[in-house]
Design a protein around this ligand. Structure first.
Ligand code: T4K
Length: 409
């Protein structure tokens, strides 16, 4: 456990040895034994087939469809391109309503599809898109709602579906974090018109880089398949303005190896999460979020803590600096909210989003996921406890200068 000495501040921020020798990253990639991956890759060499809708991509797509209980899965290069491909295939126009409290890829994909993202506030409980605020943003230019199952917590799909139907809008989901999560006893993947997963290396299930669009709409899936390959139908015939968003066979090989590991991945994520939940339970001012609810299940990958202003006077950003100095690479996902990023500073993107701003200023994502271990999670909790217990002497030795915390004595 982390040493508890009230007389000296045993923290790396003040020059002590970091608690961890190597950095503990948030959601560091977890993978099958390399041999399984190499065995799949060897098949590519045997066949001389490395991309363009190859057999490993097809096998991956059909296994994912079965696992998610959805009719079609279209594997793509990454989720950002997947979102763009989808919005293009749905022939959206004008405005798309998106949450601001998400990774920048969500609104970036909207802009890069020639559409205008209209930022929506989040619900204070779920931190997902607030359906009431979403409804208030709809006008004659709106063509779709793009909601995010943030950190794997399912959106209010029922309410969003009602709103989309009432206004004749497309409803799509950014499911980047939600592989293997369920809502109303149904796996994420089949809600709305389509859902888009990220299979980036730091996701619960990954293909190094990659993603997939899932849908029960056969015509849409067919169009997406053409569009991810430049719009080719046959050899010389190009029917749509597609792009190159194909997944390679080598990426699919990693996916097939990792699919065999899903139970193990889930168990490891749950153990790490549980260690944090036990270790943080009695620290006033720190709340660890849990997304298990009746009918819903979760992949436990993102360990999300909400830091109260009352954390014995330790501000969230100082806590992040203290942890990072100890090689605990905690992240402020998704601070400051996309609408407060330089890329979206133009007045046309600006909205009053009080819940987004409040939550973005309080969140810390701790190193979680299957590559972490429960013992390190316990030590991180002790470190947080130590920081809270020693708040007064810590605060005496630091000052906020130009927006950043600095050690001053
Ligand atoms: N929608 C949402 C809601 C998303 O969160 C994302 C992506 C997308 C859409 C778009 O998905 P993709 O187009 O990427 O498929 C990362 C990821 O790059 C990004 O995929 C992810 N969300 C986002 C939440 O996190 P960074 O820059 O914050 O983290 P990164 O890549 O630096 O990785 C975190 C740490 O993990 C690193 O500091 C070091 C460690 N690491 C990383 C890699 C890649 C390793 O130890 N080994 C590795 O191989 O963006």
């Amino acid at each position: 456990m982390y040493p508890m000495n009230a007389n000296t501040l045993q923290l790396a921020l003040f020059g002590d040895v970091p608690a961890f020798e190597k950095p503990l990253h948030t959601n560091q990639p977890y993978s099958a034994a390399p041999q399984q991956f190499f065995n799949h890759v060897e098949q590519c060499f045997d066949r001389g087939w490395f991309t363009n809708d190859g057999p490993l991509v097809r096998e991956l797509e059909s296994r994912i469809s079965r696992f998610l209980g959805v009719e079609h899965c279209v594997a793509v290069t990454n989720a950002t391109l997947g979102l763009q491909l989808l919005m293009n295939a749905l022939e959206l126009r004008g405005e798309v309503i998106v949450p601001s409290f998400t990774f920048v890829a969500t609104p970036h994909a909207v802009c890069n599809s020639g559409l205008h993202p209209v930022f929506c506030d989040i619900d204070p409980d779920s931190w997902n898109m607030d359906p009431g605020h979403c409804a208030s943003l709809i006008n004659e230019k709106t063509s779709a709602i793009l909601s995010v199952h943030l950190f794997g917590r399912p959106c209010d799909t029922h309410r969003l579906q009602e709103i989309a139907q009432d206004h004749n809008l497309k409803l799509i989901y950014d499911a980047a974090h939600a592989f293997a999560c369920s809502h109303t006893n149904k796996k994420i993947g089949g809600f709305g018109d389509a859902e888009v997963f990220s299979f980036h290396a730091n996701k619960f299930f990954h293909t190094i880089e990659g993603g997939a669009i899932t849908t029960n709409d056969g015509e849409l899936a067919q169009r997406l398949r053409l569009d991810r390959n430049f719009g080719f139908v046959g050899i010389d015939n190009v029917e749509s303005l597609g792009t190159n968003a194909k997944m390679s066979e080598v990426h699919a090989a990693m996916g097939l190896s990792n699919l065999d590991l899903l139970d193990d991945t889930l168990g490891r994520c749950r153990d790490v999460y549980q260690s944090y939940a036990d270790g943080l339970r009695d620290i006033p001012g720190v709340t660890i979020r849990n997304y298990d609810a009746q009918g819903d299940s979760w992949n436990y990958q993102y360990v999300v803590a909400e830091i109260d202003e009352q954390l014995n006077g330790i501000p969230r950003d100082l806590m992040v600096d203290i942890l990072c100095a100890e090689n605990v690479i905690a992240r402020r996902y998704f601070y400051p909210g996309c609408h407060r990023m330089a890329a979206y500073a133009a007045p046309r993107f600006q909205r009053c989003l009080p819940i987004t701003e409040k939550v973005a200023d309080r969140v810390i994502v701790l190193p979680g996921g299957a590559a972490m271990n429960a013992q390190s999670a316990r030590e991180i909790c002790s470190l947080i406890q130590y920081t809270v217990d020693h708040a007064a002497p810590i605060l005496e030795r630091v000052s906020k200068i130009d927006g950043a915390w600095r050690v001053t004595t």
